[in-house]
Design a protein around this ligand. Structure first.
Ligand SMILES: Cc1cc2nc3c(=O)[nH]c(=O)nc-3n(C[C@H](O)[C@H](O)[C@H](O)COP(=O)(O)OP(=O)(O)OC[C@H]3O[C@@H](n4cnc5c(N)ncnc54)[C@H](O)[C@@H]3O)c2cc1C
Length: 312
């Protein structure tokens, strides 16, 4: 069974863990509104939009699907490619479900389980209702074939309820009733994927999360992989690591993480775009075991012990 968390809740918890005075180690400092425009990955220099230049022993490019650091690591710009798939997302308060007709398919049973309805048609149509905060808030996602020229549109746009209903009109009306409850903004996100990259590292700089392996949310593993990447870097580069040791630690990071990130990247894309593979994530216990049965911290600690113990 999966546990659903709202992004804001995860961010708040991460901030608390990283920045609280009584946490492990010195509290991290967060500088908001600071845009990186350039990076020298080998020397470890970051140039900010305001002209400041910062020196670093280690640069972790966790700047998402549109990563600037990725361009510096690769030496060329690699955009995430359009897939012809988009998704609508919105939230609503679960209390509003009371007294709404034809919602038994959703409200019968615990309000903590994901409900997922797929379209029987060849075109992609997936409607997911994900209860969060113990069933108090419902997160709605609706993946659909996007017949627009995606490159001519913004990657995320505000959508109207009418546009959503038009896209989902092939679903039985009982699955669409909750749309009356959706709270603005409803956002239409283009779902894009990065091709596999030749490298995730360069000198003292590494890519992490979507910057390295942005893909579709078919397996629901994008953020999970970013957490695993981060845990791996954390275990390989503990406090006190010498500057000159960083490049070798990042080689280790790449050898531990790249194949796994790429597996999730490719499967997420193929299971959305190849009709015979649709739904494989839910049918294949083997694949779910490969993904869920992996302990990035334990594996990295063992790797560290075998390769670097005593070196720090
Ligand atoms: C519709 C949808 C549904 C999803 N569902 C799931 C799911 O169910 N489960 C799951 O695990 N994943 C899911 N994902 C994927 C998940 O959201 C991403 O994989 C995850 O957010 C990646 O985290 P990240 O830290 O790498 O990047 P991001 O979350 O994109 O964070 C990047 C950060 O870098 C900052 N930044 C960007 N450029 C710069 C710059 N130049 N200078 C300074 N800062 C910069 C941004 O402001 C942002 O704060 C979904 C994604 C989408 C689009």
């Amino acid at each position: 069974m999966g546990i659903n968390c709202l992004r804001t809740d995860i961010h708040n918890e991460l901030k608390h863990l990283a920045m609280d005075e009584d946490g492990a180690g010195p509290p991290a400092r967060l500088h908001l509104g600071q845009e990186v425009v350039l990076c020298d990955p080998v020397e470890g220099k970051l140039t900010m939009k305001n002209g400041e230049i910062h020196d670093a022993d280690l640069i972790v490019g966790s700047d998402g699907i549109h990563s600037v650091i990725r361009t510096s690591v690769l030496g060329y710009e690699q955009k995430a490619l359009s897939t012809g798939i988009s998704t609508f997302r919105c939230l609503f308060d679960a209390a509003k479900l009371e007294n709404l007709p034809d919602m038994e398919w959703f409200t019968d049973g615990p309000l903590t389980f994901i409900r997922r309805v797929t379209s029987p048609e060849q075109r992609l149509g997936v409607l997911g209702l994900h209860p969060c905060r113990c069933g108090k808030v419902i997160n709605v996602v609706a993946h659909h074939t996007d017949e627009r020229d995606q490159d001519k549109h913004e990657w995320s746009e505000i959508a109207t309820v009418e546009e959503v209903v038009e896209q989902l009109k092939h679903f039985h009306p009982r699955y669409l009733n909750f749309l009356k409850l959706g709270e603005q903004p409803i956002v239409r996100w283009q779902l894009r994927a990065l091709p596999l990259l030749p490298t995730w590292i360069n000198g003292r700089t590494a890519l992490l999360g979507d910057a390295a392996h942005a893909t579709l949310p078919t397996l629901g593993q994008g953020a999970a992989m970013a957490f695993e990447d981060a845990a791996t870097i954390g275990c390989l580069i503990p406090m006190g690591t010498h500057r000159e040791d960083i490049p070798a630690r990042l080689e280790a990071y790449q050898s531990l993480r790249k194949a796994r990130g790429e597996l999730v990247n490719r499967e997420s894309l193929e299971q959305a775009t190849i009709p015979s593979k649709r739904g494989l994530w839910f049918r294949s216990r083997e694949l779910r075991t490969v993904i869920h049965g992996y302990d990035a911290v334990e594996i990295t600690k063992k790797y560290f012990k075998d390769h670097f113990e005593g070196a720090t």
